[in-house]
Design a protein around this ligand. Sequence first.
Ligand code: FE2
Length: 294
Amino acid sequence: MNPTPVEQKADVLYTADLHGSRELYAEAVALARRLGVRAVILGGDLAPHATVVEQRGFFQGFLLPLLREFREEKDSPDIFYIMGNDDWRANLPVLLDSGIDRFHHVHCVVRPFQGASWIAGLGSVSLTPFALKDWERWEEGLEGPVRHDGFRSREDGSVQPFDFRGREWEEWIGRDLEVIGRELKPDRSPLVCAFHGPPHGTALDLIHGEVHVGSREVRKFLEARQPLLSLHGHIHESPAVSGRFADRLGSTICVNPGQRMGSTLHAVWFRLEDLEGSLTHSLLGPAKLDAPAT
Ligand SMILES: [Fe+2]
């Protein structure tokens, strides 16, 4: 039994980076039930770190049956999801063709959310030191131990070598953000973003040693568009390093719940009409946000 924090009714539950942990998924579903949310958002890195075939087995054998059963419960929430950089894209059709009602993939699209708002998703992240490159994209100013070569999966499930060098602009993360930007008609507000990678230079993109590894392009997008809320993941340790799971970029509240494998679920919940007053972390409690800049 998790003694903290107080679980009040909420509209939305967000978590990310469950990486195939059956225990954490079960915890997320149980928490969504207790909170009575109307939407659950899964912010990428859904499957265990494994081969294409093994990840497909996880989706078919565990995650989709779990979510199908959950969705069949009376008044169960809509489920929104993106894949993350550790999910082989070749398995996306398995999720898209699941037949689960109100199970929405939101990568590079803008969809209605909770009646009076909108949600936009982005699975893409800037280059990492890892080999799985399906969801990685290039951007200027990359620092640290990034790797340009690796592997991408194809629709037939095969995996091929891939190298970003020489195709940087073709693979620019800004292209995906432009796709979202084109769908953002002026009346599509308020907006909630679910972008796997956090914005650069915030409390949400810190690795050990206090190095910022988030995306500068994601940050530019958020600063220009000023969504109500921006939900992230990817940098599991950032809340532990910065001591915060929420930060501000202008009028946007940005969140990364973090995740530590094998421990209690890191998740946040909130009510959209009182975001600041209700934003709560499953382990860290209510958000402590600085006053907005004037
Ligand atoms: Fe992750």
